[in-house]
Write a new protein. Structure first.
Length: 552
């Protein structure tokens, strides 16, 4: 375990191996290697693919279904068509002006490559065709799955003055990071929260969505009206469109994506005071998050592998769901904001407070215990293991009068039920001794990895849960925890933890490679001080290989 004196992670460290079962001590050994680069970015600018009138294209899949979100420069009065190997389905306009369409096609064959093309109502093609594949069937046994994971890709190019000009990377830099990530040919991507930043009522609303310059650029939201079908719709498109449609473009057209929402996707930072508790979301915040998802990125798909509560009509879900890749990998995705409950007051009963409601917790526990997959990952929007002392965390850590982060003080408006739910979920993942208990989280802007040896004094050393902060794509100099909160992330004082990579405040992403025998984590990090050109040859600064533990 690391001693009391913390050190920055080395700038480059090519590969580390965790030998032996995680229940054993394990050792870190230097070596050579890394993930193999593919033939090039899936869709960088100038790759020759003709997008025509398309602004952006984001698909998701399961083993039987495609669901695609797309937007166009020119409004359409008639429904567009999606052609999939000659089979055509009509798109549904998801906005009021006919610029955003959703395409949905079921009854496909598992593990099959298809050719897609979007057509006008007349049958004329709008863009070139492109490939997209379904996932293996739930009972298939694939040998490999590569997952790209990242968080916090959102943010306008620049905040609008007020000294906050460095809150986000330029869109061009983020696109370059995406191009490098795609060059390693992942099979899917999980974008874990904060796809947009446009806070309204919370402490930086004055410099963001409520600022005078925001009004010049996009207008201001009217909280007394619905988002779609009113003047708010145009504000949404002008404010959020550049952060999603412009950022992603058509680069991800052949890569299934899974978008999970976090606090800023509701138009607020998670904060609590006597005057304001931003979560659970009020009706306007909920409408804002739902409308953004409706226009820009796919809902999570629900099928026989994920018969969960809160499913929408048509086999979809907004806040909870999963990724299933045969019997090799399963991810459980859950938004910790939408149904957050912290009681009527700080003295509320512990069983009346949670990040996810009781029926979803039961679903998570059941999937964790019963999934037949070799690997299972919990991917909540709120991270485990580390704390930055903010309100909306699993942990009670808060700063004392000397600015020291501690877990033994009363954290304002923080209910003990959040920590109780954390422990129940953590223990459930550790109880499956035949696989690594894996957590991959968003929200906390950093790249990090470690494992939990105990929580609230209860030992987890027989199968310690591994936690990963997967890296922030869009964060600028002002947005790191050490700047925004004057607090670098630290392991919660409620835990005994071993940090393999201490939280590194640099932009980056993580690749996770799953085989029946092991899990390999490849961590990428970059800083604007490195120069933009360095992105194009970025290699993992650390690679951790975790052999699948033997059941004991």
């Amino acid at each position: 375990m690391l001693g009391p004196h913390r050190q920055e992670a080395p700038a480059i460290q090519r590969r580390d191996f965790l030998k032996g079962a995680l229940g054993a001590a394990g050792s870190l050994v230097a070596g050579a290697g890394g993930v193999a680069c593919g033939s090039g970015p899936a869709a960088p600018p100038g790759d020759g693919w003709n997008a025509g009138d398309l602004l952006h294209l984001l698909p998701t899949v399961n083993h039987r279904r495609f669901r695609v979100k797309a937007s166009f420069r020119t409004p359409r009065a008639e429904a567009l068509l999606l052609d999939v190997n000659g089979r055509r389905t009509r798109g549904r306009s998801s906005d009021s002006g006919g610029q955003h369409f959703t395409f949905d096609l079921s009854g496909l064959d598992p593990a099959t490559d298809y050719t897609l093309r979007i057509l006008e109502a007349t049958g004329d093609p709008i863009c070139d065709s492109w490939p997209l594949a379904t996932f293996p069937a739930p009972d298939d046994e694939p040998e490999h799955f590569r997952l790209l994971a990242y968080m916090c890709a959102g943010g306008p190019d620049r905040l609008f003055g007020y000294g906050l000009v460095d809150a986000y990377l330029r869109i061009a830099q983020r696109q370059r990071l995406f191009a490098r990530a795609l060059s390693f040919a992942p099979d899917a991507a999980i974008a874990n929260g904060d796809h947009v930043y446009w806070d309204l009522k919370s402490r930086f609303g004055w410099a963001m969505g409520e600022s005078i310059p925001a009004g010049w650029v996009a207008g201001h939201f009217d909280r007394n009206q619905p988002v779609l079908g009113t003047q708010n719709e145009g504000v949404l498109q002008r404010a959020f469109g550049p952060q999603i449609a412009d950022l992603y473009g058509v680069r991800f057209r052949s890569l299934p994506v899974f978008f999970l929402q976090d606090d800023h996707d509701y138009g607020e930072n998670d904060e609590a005071s006597e005057e304001l508790r931003t979560f659970p979301p009020d009706p306007f915040m909920l409408d804002l998050a739902r409308s953004t998802q409706r226009l820009y990125y796919p809902e999570l798909l629900v099928d026989e592998a994920f018969p969960l509560p809160y499913a929408l009509r048509g086999g979809m879900a907004e806040s909870f769901g999963g990724v299933r890749y045969g019997r090799l990998f399963e991810a459980l995705l859950y938004d910790c904001r939408r149904f957050l409950a912290n009681g009527a007051d700080p003295a509320a009963p512990r069983d009346d407070s949670w990040f996810v409601p009781p029926d979803i917790e039961r679903w998570l526990l059941a999937r964790t215990a019963s999934s037949p997959c070799a690997h299972l990952a919990h991917m909540p929007s709120t991270p485990v293991l580390w704390s930055a002392g903010k309100w909306g965390e699993w942990y009670p850590d808060t700063k004392d009068e000397n600015g020291v982060l501690r877990a033994d003080l009363a954290k304002p408006y923080w209910p003990g039920g959040w920590g109780d739910q954390h422990d129940r979920l953590i223990r459930a993942t550790a109880a499956r001794r035949d696989r690594t208990p894996l957590w991959v989280s968003g929200d906390l802007h950093a790249v990090a990895a470690g494992r939990m040896l105990s929580s609230h004094g209860q030992s987890l050393e027989k199968n310690p849960p591994v936690s990963v902060l997967c890296g922030a794509i869009g964060t600028g100099a002002f947005g790191w925890p050490s700047k925004f909160r004057n607090q670098r992330p630290l392991p919660s004082g409620t835990l005994t933890a071993e940090e393999w990579i201490e939280p590194l405040e640099r932009n980056g992403f993580t690749l996770l490679d799953f085989t029946p025998q092991s899990l390999t984590l490849s961590f990428f990090a970059w800083s604007p001080d490195d120069g933009d050109a360095a992105i194009d040859t970025l290699e993992p600064f650390r690679v951790l290989e975790l052999p699948r533990p033997s059941r004991s």
